[in-house]
Ligand binder design. Sequence first.
Ligand code: NCD
Length: 388
Amino acid sequence: MTLRHLTSINDLSVSEMEKIFLHAQAYLEELGDVQSPFRIARSTEGCRGSILATLFYEPSTRTRLSFESAMSRLGGGVISSADPKSSSAVKGESLADTIRIVSGYADLIALRHPREGAAKLAAEYASVPVINGGDGAHEHPTQTLCDLFTIRREKGALAGLNIAVLGDLKAGRTVHSLVYALARFGATIMTFPAGGLGLPDSVDWRLRNELACERLTGNDLGPEIAVGAIYQPRRPAAARRPTVDVLYVTRFQKERASDGVGEYPVVDSAFLSAMALREALVMHPLPRVDELDAALDTNPRAAYFRQASYGVPIRMALIRQFLGYQSEQTGTPDSRESVLQQSDLVCANRNCISRDAVEAQSAPGKFVVVAERRPRCFYCEDETIDAC
Ligand code: NCD
């Protein structure tokens, strides 16, 4: 059996994601109530005897607790390192070494780390599957599974929908994983970036060149809304409608920002009264700060607490799938890709795991080369490269 990891949402094929949604659905007993829409249908013993390690080097409430709750509900055990100050990292242990050790203590590792590419590095040294619970500003694939599951439940489908992502699109890792997945499911993505915080060039490039999106500019949503770019499937399912089906709000990622932020949009009932947003479902990966008015919480269109509650059934399905993984085709295989190891080049992203003084030995300059494209870092997928 091939060892599989989930470092990027692009590691999963559309059919694998569909399978996860199906299994997550099977864990739900519908209650039909807007605020608490379900309860976990039955306690299962599917993972009795297996152990999940949650290795979190950054703060977390939802991701870590829902992983742990999911494993407990599956009858398995959990070991956790939630505070980097109490782990051997403070003694100078590298992530590669920690991962080798924890691979001997658990059957599955959920990792959160402040550096981009950390999950990819961990996957290189692990002998059990590694699931990325958020690596710096790079990706957060398990949040995306919760997001897609929410949209499907509330809107019935993903293909053909108009999904707007709002806020810090530059450092918001949930957004990066989400837009890749939406493109693959045939949704149209609209960006409403806060001032100067648009999608990174590498994400924009992949949407256009690897995920078959056409980038449109121009705004047909009316004067109240500042649309950045629109990414539309090359062969859209239907003519584009000037309305937003889902508004995905994110907070300013102040822990990843080198500068302050200028104008940051605030979503409140006045914002949502714009014609194009009248029907929009409001989502947020949470935590919110002040970009989303708490007065919206009782509005049936506010889906964010339901979205968070799907974290448990989704991670139950994911854990089952990764513990018993059968090798299947990955999401976006690119036969033109090759990996180059170059000791005279370094990733220019200073927050990449390969630039960390302790980790650099385990993460040498390694770059993915795709046909005519500039090489991108194997770990954080940034394309800017410096010579040493
Ligand atoms: C997000 C994260 O950690 O990236 N939170 C989460 O896991 N639901 C979003 C955020 O912190 O802004």
